[in-house]
Write a protein that binds this ligand. Structure first.
Ligand code: NAD
Length: 290
């Protein structure tokens, strides 16, 4: 199948590579030429704009770092919306339900389908093809692209309502962001009392406190102090803010989410948006004086 792919970063690159390995013909675009060159070496064709990509493929996927980038790529000047061949825009980015609906409404006026398709599972999951892939949009379009989505992970159809897969993704990432800061506070409490953090993580992982931070982030990135998990603080804070917006738009005020949101605002202020999100432990350590 011919597939367009726009945004070849930490997540997009390995997803695009898996699609090439599964014998799809990829038409790719990224604002960084060097990442396109690496995929061209594997068989992709490099394009010069989202519009060019959408001239070549019925299905155009995107994995982009901000709401504005998704909007620009979908519907901006030289955007996917201008393409001659495109039928559906599949946004693998996390943009929140309001932006997903906004893009859906703009594309619908030109008879283009928007498939909301955020993913979870990190760079490792993108490389291994084990992502959780959450899809909302028209069922017939979902069925048409399902075999391609199965190359990147386990596919879940959330519903036809535009933006509903984004709500699912934000619920997931709120929990992931909570796991890191909550586990960091638990470990820092132990360290302050003189406990060994490695032993603490082993115990937590054999006990009832086990979570994705204790299972993956602490052993791979926080305990070795490598802080190279591959997800930027700026992206985590984007997702936490989107989750809080989503709650507010539903008339909800949620206490854990608000506390977690305040903590992540401290993390981005102190560490910067480009830091790895596993560095969230640093301001917690600093405040505790450990
Ligand atoms: P990234 O910053 O590593 O990659 C984004 C890519 O998009 C870059 O290569 C950049 O050059 C390109 N880009 C930006 N603006 C562009 C534009 N206007 N036109 C063309 N290319 C453009 O980001 P990422 O970590 O790969 O995340 C992408 C999306 O996936 C985000 O929505 C993020 O929240 C989500 N996500 C990330 C992870 C993760 O672990 N990194 C996991 C799940 C979901």
């Amino acid at each position: 199948m011919d597939i367009g792919f726009i945004g070849l970063g930490n997540m997009g690159f390995p997803m695009a590579r898996r699609l090439i390995e599964a014998k799809h013909q990829l038409f790719v675009f990224d604002s960084r030429k060097e990442v396109m060159d690496r995929l061209v070496a594997l068989g992709a064709k490099a394009m010069s704009s989202p519009r060019d990509v959408a001239d070549r493929a019925e299905t155009v996927m995107a994995s982009l770092p901000s709401l504005q980038a998704s909007l620009d790529v979908a519907a901006g000047k030289d955007g996917v919306i201008e393409g001659k061949r495109v039928k559906r825009f599949v946004d693998l980015s996390t943009v929140g339900s309001q932006m997903a609906v906004r893009i859906h409404d703009i594309l619908a006026k030109r008879d283009l389908v928007q498939i909301d398709c955020p993913v979870s599972g990190g760079v490792g999951g993108a490389e291994k093809g084990t992502l959780a892939v959450m899809v909302s949009g028209p069922r017939a379009d979902f069925e048409a692209i399902k075999p391609a989505l199965e190359v990147i992970g386990k596919v879940f159809f959330i519903g036809e309502k535009p933006g509903s897969a984004q709500t699912m993704k934000l619920a997931n990432n709120f929990l992931s962001g909570t796991a890191i800061v909550a586990t960091s506070e638990a470990v820092v409490m132990g360290v302050k009392a003189g406990l060994d953090p490695s032993i603490m993580i082993d115990v937590i992982n054999s006990g009832s406190g086990m979570n994705t931070a204790s299972r993956d982030k602490f052993p791979r990135s926080i305990l070795p102090r490598s802080f190279d998990f591959g997800f930027a603080t700026g992206l985590m804070v984007k997702d936490i803010r989107l989750a809080l917006d989503e709650m507010k738009s539903l008339g909800l005020s949620m206490e854990v989410a608000e506390a977690v949101g305040r903590l992540w605002e401290t993390v981005i202020r102190e560490n910067g948006g480009d830091s790895d999100f596993t560095e969230a432990i640093k301001p917690i350590e600093k405040k505790a004086g450990v």
